[in-house]
Design a protein around this ligand. Sequence first.
Ligand SMILES: [Zn+2]
Length: 686
Amino acid sequence: MTNPLLAPWTGPYGLPPFAEVRAEHFPVAFEAAMREHVGEIDALGASAAAPTFANTVAAFDRAGRLLDRVSALFYNLTSSETSPALQGVQREMAPLLAAHDSRVYTHAALFARIDALHEARDRIELDPEQRRVLERYHLDFVRAGAKLAAPAKARYAAIMQRLAELTTRFGQNVLADESDFRLVLKDEADLAGLPEFVRDAARQAARERGIADGAVITLSRSHIVPFLTFSERRDLRETAWRAWVSRGEHDGASDNRGVAAEILQLRLEQARLHGYSSYADFALGDTMARSQAAVTSLLEQVWRPACARAEEERTALAALALARGESGAIAPWDWRFYAEKVRQVRFDLDEAAVKPYFPLERMVAAAFDCAARLFGISFVARDDIAVYHPDVRVYEVHGAAGPIGLFLHDNFARPTKRSGAWMSSYRLQSRNGADDAGPVLPIIVNNNNFAKGAPGAPTLLSVDDARTLFHEFGHGLHGLLSNVTYERVSGTNVLRDFVELPSQLFEHWLEEPEVLKRHARHHETGAPIPDALIERLHRARHFNQGYETVRYAASALVDMAVHARTSAEPLDVVAFERAELERLGLPEAVGVNHRLVHFQHLFSGSSYAAGYYVYLWAEVLDADGFDAFVEAGDPFDPVVARRLARFIYSSGNSIEPGEAYRAFRGRAAGPEPMLRQRGLLDPVVA
Ligand SMILES: [Zn+2]
């Protein structure tokens, strides 16, 4: 039997042979790919030649491409088209892959060569990108434990393996709770208040779950949020909300309480081995923010004004509830429902009347058009290329001089896909391919979880959904426009409090009236969105921002607090979270956004651990950054766009991020535009 994962991939752009790949191919392929990678780095470490950038750093950057290729395919599948068999392989492979990483990044002979080059970095000839790549790799080794003494190194590797097991389990547990849940709506009374688009999505979800004649609400955001927004049935809203916030907190196989506690304990030990007193300090050591104080100070700038704003919002909701002859007590499962009613009254905005202007296809075209006008690239559909699911659309991306990459757009929710929205890749851009085979073009994927329209009917997005589409597409552009030599600094391989800048910045173009007028067209008549509706959307943009900001900031503050602990005592995460939210004064009616027991940003991996603040950090940059276009008087100003492409979207991590931002903007960013963007600078109005 030949393993298709190990054979050459001859599909367009080197895409994997999706149709031939089975879960059982992965363990064998991983073994072979890890062996090959170890062989490569053993050879690098054993080289008799004196270390040079080319024979050590560039060669290391090129090593392990087979493993990269197999891993990228594997993790893309386990995220967006998983199966019990793949999940089994994931549990089996997670600790082995972590052990492999430790072996590579603590390889003594190889590190000695990198360390020697790093020592000599001021005396050897390096271009700015090479110097940055050398510094990044050196830091990668140090932060993986390369400088630790032997017993500590062994313990460190064991910690990383156990963490890999636990974070894998955490994510699988959340998915299990999400796909197990279904709220079946039996009759008209259960559907009370739901507009047609929510009913359509619920009927579609029922069909997908083999319920021929019914309607089902799932825990996918694009189901649950509209349900909480429109359902007149307070009892059902409460049921759905409780299921949503208790993901990961059920006795039995999918219980995440102990998993999260053990992850936290191991992270603290990991930080201590590096000489830090908390995991937050260790994690922040390699960020733009650098310190807990910088993060807390930013979060505190929004916390108080946002709480004050949320209290006003609650008063307005309670007044409306009383006017409807209902109790004025607002519970978390009531907030969205009454907020929608207040929004309708105050701004004459009805989500059901807005959605017909936001068909998915047109919003995708809008995103492509903005990219074309800013960056001169175009997207050509390649419906002839089949990938891992028939719903995924494939596009070839063209720049001025020909193709620059491939873009996979995977937009719909399904039970085999994890919740949320994200960008990932099958291959990163570089000019450091094997044997100088020429430039390596990126293969980028965007995942969303939109509720699919009924057969024959279009998928209509909410404004929030459209914003998510633009957000992920901004990350996608960061990968596609990458123009660097080395993979280590390619695309989104940037510091994590910089990574949300290209994505959040791109959201701004969706709000531009000329973009809306061109692309937001009624799905039946093709008529452009009326000016009056754009005006109302614009006036309503700060509406409910107290609620949104409090929810976000509370999650970011709890993340920071739980990772700032210096005690190794096992933690009751539920009690800790409750106490922390109480201490912060989270308004009860608002409720919590991500509970620790299902907070995948923190516990499905480590990249956002002590890092949920990064969205706000990047928002300081995106709000200030978009002002460059406002000041130029044109949202597509070509001069500003060229600087944006050069220093933000294509430079990856080849330039220090603060320096890259200043090169784009001509100065550093301040927080005022962010506060203005959230409506937190304006005087409070009832
Ligand atoms: Zn993002």
